[in-house]
Design a protein around this ligand. Structure first.
Ligand SMILES: Cc1ncc(COP(=O)(O)O)c(C=O)c1O
Length: 394
């Protein structure tokens, strides 16, 4: 076989999707696996959204659409930004893509190239460094405040070089669940304004914020950065629509135009029927968001209660999203099920093998001393999985 492109060797398959596949394969073999590895809400997509998709099929809305997405949906996205964030986008500043991940891919391809540095705070979602590499750029991983796992202005300022082109912010974050306060964002904005760089604000978990905390992004707190910010968002997490594959970006007209051009040569439009479903999600009743958020909030409370009982785990409370990210390094050097734990990969393997609970090692997110557990699964499953882990490690 002739050689494949060098590009294919730059990245690894998504480890979180691989772990989920492994857990599902074990389940398919009849094994009783508790899968805490995947960031996928377990609720059915709300009925009014499914109905809109069925109506679209019945009405024959099954052909190509504008490759950047139908105008009504881009209008609905612009409406969402006005309603929820006070940000004014016109529909030609919005591009609808095949999931938030695809919107992010477009953004990286449009904003950076060979020779550029992309600043990515650790812990990071697995896809950011991979997509920076695919765009030919160099990911620069930034340490964060050990207490908050958030970027500080001091660290950011030190990291900026002549080659820096882009900073990626994700709040609430995957995997830490940590969120920037408006004040913390304002402090970062001072540094960003001084440097001539882009910001990607990945707001996919905007609606999953618990307690009294309120969501904010960099454009909301610093309008001067509006023209330098590209927001990544989507319906997957907010409306439990992971399989529909609808995400979007919003940014300056030039960026949206470039992303639309790229998409027109890459995927064309996202599925027409899924776009109608997303339209019903954004324009329809929003109480489903509140119901799901309340369920996640109850799970977060239960998970924190149980995680605190696990010996050797130290777990800060997440502000949002649906993950806990305990530090597990206190277990290093100890033996469980005949294997010595030296890092989070060992622990994830030991847990899968001995108690059949699937988790994700922090190595995937740039933090080898941590383990990620998703609470996007039922309270019963969470309780079962965490009690199994607690009793095994006790
Ligand atoms: C931080 C973050 N951004 C974006 C996405 C993309 O979601 P999707 O492609 O399903 O819209 C995910 C999914 O896990 C995520 O965790």
């Amino acid at each position: 076989m002739p050689a494949l492109s060098e590009r294919t060797t730059l990245i690894q398959p998504s480890p979180t999707l691989a772990l989920d596949t492994e857990a599902k394969a074990l389940k398919a073999r009849g094994l009783d696996v508790v899968n805490l590895s995947i960031g996928e809400p377990d609720f059915p997509t709300p009925a009014h959204i499914c109905r809109a998709a069925v109506e679209a099929i019945r009405a024959g809305f099954t052909r190509y659409t504008a490759s950047e997405g139908i105008l009504e949906l881009r209008e609905a996205v612009a409406g969402k930004f006005k309603r929820d964030n006070g940000l004014s986008y016109s529909p030609d500043q919005v591009v609808i893509s095949c999931g938030g991940k695809h919107a992010l891919y477009n953004a990286f391809q449009c904003l950076v190239q060979k020779g550029d540095e992309v600043l990515i705070p650790v812990p990071y979602w697995v896809t950011y460094p991979a997509q920076a590499l695919l765009a030919g750029a160099t990911p620069v991983l930034l340490e964060t405040d050990p207490k908050t796992q958030l970027l500080t202005p001091e660290i950011l300022e030190k990291a900026i070089t002549k080659k820096t082109r882009l900073l990626v912010l994700n709040s609430p974050g995957n995997p830490s669940g940590k969120m920037y306060s408006p004040e913390a964002l304002k402090d970062l904005a001072v540094i960003i304004k001084k440097a001539d760089i882009w910001v990607i604000s990945d707001d996919i978990y905007e609606n999953l914020v618990y307690g009294d905390r309120k969501f904010a992004n960099i454009s909301m707190v610093c309008p001067e950065l509006f023209d330098r910010t590209v927001i990544i968002h989507g319906v997957s997490k907010t409306y439990s629509m992971t399989g529909w594959r609808i995400g979007y970006l919003a940014g300056p007209k030039g960026v949206a135009k470039a992303a639309a051009k790229l998409q027109s040569q890459m995927t064309s439009n996202p599925a027409s029927v899924a776009q109608k479903a997303a339209l019903a999600a954004l324009d329809g009743p929003q109480d489903c968001i509140v119901e799901m958020r309340e369920a996640f909030s109850r799970r977060r409370t239960k998970v924190m209660e149980l995680v605190r009982q696990i010996p050797g785990w130290e777990c800060p409370e997440p502000d949002g999203a649906f993950y806990v990210f305990p530090r597990i390094s206190a277990l290093y050097g100890k033996e469980f099920g005949g294997a010595e734990i030296q890092n989070s990969e060992d622990l994830a393997q030991v847990l899968l093998k001995n108690v059949r609970v699937a988790t994700v090692p922090g190595t995937c997110f740039g933090c080898p001393d941590y383990l990620r557990l998703s609470y996007a699964t039922s309270l019963d499953e969470l309780e079962k999985g965490l009690i199994l882990i607690r009793d095994f490690l006790s």
